[in-house]
Design a protein around this ligand. Structure first.
Ligand SMILES: Nc1nc2c(c(=O)[nH]1)N[C@H]1C(S)=C(S)[C@@H](COP(=O)(O)O)O[C@H]1N2
Ligand SMILES: [Mo]
Length: 419
């Protein structure tokens, strides 16, 4: 039973044990190999295929407990890790959401394959239109500052704030980050590959292993995008914050779909199907729709844009020295557009005060803000932040329930004790 690797819990247990049991020298060499990934654009980040590493830990980068909450194959950023940082989330603290495990990919043999009925001549996956890493580097580069946020970010607050049961990774608010992505426009690659006017859907697929959900094999992570979005502002990124993509974030190339649910931003992309018919995968049918009371039996429409959220750059359940005054820092963002206003309440929502917005406000990023809190003295408090975006969308007091705990956008009640 212990080694039934189709069972998710067993899988994680076995893989972590195999990683711990590697000889220390091997483990250190493998860690070094991944740490050197950023040095040269064209160097492979790992030694050629090493099955030991591939079978070991689901996440390659170090996950120091002061930066991350470890959720197994997923790792959540602690919001206090953004205090004192600049606008972007550094790669060393960017959250990781892996359905399976970070794969090891040799960039020298990696190819991006485009195929399907929406391309001229309907090339098949066996005889696709191919691009190598160097081919992409030689094309016109674009940069895009954008957040990537897991659709389930804030999921644990359904239980802690609303007393509702949902399933999935119990993220607090740290399954989001903003990076400066650089790469080529997906539209440029689609045009070179011969996209036809009849194409309707584009489905990138990752090179990570098959995802097995409670014994059922879903195949590799893939999710269709409407052609309109694919041609509008989607990037095939090979750099994150000025360095080659780290292995955990999609090396050598990932999709970045600005403002949309994180699942759209497929990592380790290996092929893209372009179709003249609507495409389906478990990731737009059984996952990433709203299910439960108040939703249709087959679920809502597939989720696209993220909602409005805010977070304080403080530990959850922070214990802080009671000073007469303290500046509270935080960030707010929305998939609908720029943040227009942020209000803070330090009395559980009875009174609200404008926060001061600071710094850049790119269309798909977040907005930094601060609020000077005249502290009332020792005691327990709930800090609330409520953002409104340029479309007028704001954060509600509660988010309607859905069984998979997606799109929590209500005002978070951040517990703090002044001692
Ligand atoms: N191939 C592949 N792409 C993937 C995933 C995955 O497991 N495999 N996870 C998705 C999900 S659910 C999210 S939220 C984002 C997370 O990106 P990050 O790990 O770089 O933060 O990647 C998306 N792309
Ligand atoms: Mo996600």
């Amino acid at each position: 039973m212990e080694d039934d690797l189709t069972d998710e819990a067993a899988y994680e247990r076995v893989r972590s044990r195999q990683w711990r049991e590697l000889p220390p020298l091997t483990r250190r060499r493998l860690l070094r190999a991944s740490a050197g990934a950023g040095l040269a654009m064209t160097a492979a980040p790992f030694a050629p295929a090493d099955p030991a590493r591939a079978a070991a830990s689901p996440i390659v980068k170090p996950l120091p407990p002061e930066l991350f909450i470890n959720h197994g194959t997923n790792a959540e950023m602690r919001w206090e890790a953004m205090r004192g940082q600049g606008y972007l989330t550094p790669a060393d603290r960017f959250f990781v959401r892996n359905h399976v495990a970070t794969p090891e990919i040799d960039v020298r043999t990696w190819r991006l394959k485009l195929w399907g009925s929406g391309l001229r001549g309907s090339p098949t996956l066996d005889a696709p239109v191919e691009f190598g890493y160097e081919d992409l580097l030689a094309m016109r580069a674009e940069t895009l500052t954008a957040f990537i946020e897991c659709t389930g970010n804030g999921r644990s607050l359904f239980a802690s704030q609303q007393g509702q049961q949902v399933s999935g990774t119990p993220w607090k608010l740290g399954a989001a980050g903003v990076a400066r992505w650089r790469g080529v426009r997906l539209s440029a690659v689609l045009e070179r590959a011969g996209i036809t006017p009849q194409a309707v859907d584009v489905m990138p697929r990752g090179l990570d292993a098959d995802y097995v959900d409670k014994g059922e094999n879903m195949g590799r992570v893939r999710r269709p995008l409407p052609v309109a979005k694919a041609l509008k502002d989607v990037l095939l990124a090979y750099e994150m914050n000025g360095r080659p993509l780290p292995p955990d974030h999609g090396f050598p190339v990932r999709v970045v779909v600005p403002s949309w649910v994180g699942i759209a931003s497929v990592k380790w992309v290996g092929d893209i199907e372009v179709s003249d018919q609507p495409l389906f995968s478990p990731w737009n049918t059984r996952y990433y729709r709203l299910f439960g009371a108040g939703h249709p039996p087959e679920g809502s429409a597939p989720l696209t844009r993220m909602g409005v959220k805010s977070a304080f750059e403080l530990p959850w359940d922070a214990r802080l020295p009671a000073r007469s005054e303290r500046v509270l820092h935080g960030r707010s963002w929305s998939g609908n557009g720029r943040i227009r206003q942020v209000e803070v309440s330090v009395d559980g929502g009875a009174t609200w005060h404008r926060a001061r917005l600071r710094g850049p406000r790119p269309a798909h990023g977040w907005t930094l803000w601060e609020y000077r809190w005249r502290c009332p003295g020792p005691g327990s408090y709930q800090l609330l932040a409520r953002a409104t975006d340029e479309t007028g969308a704001t954060q509600p007091d509660a988010t309607p329930h859905n069984t998979l705990g997606y799109l929590f956008d209500a005002v978070a009640r951040h517990p703090v004790t002044l001692v």
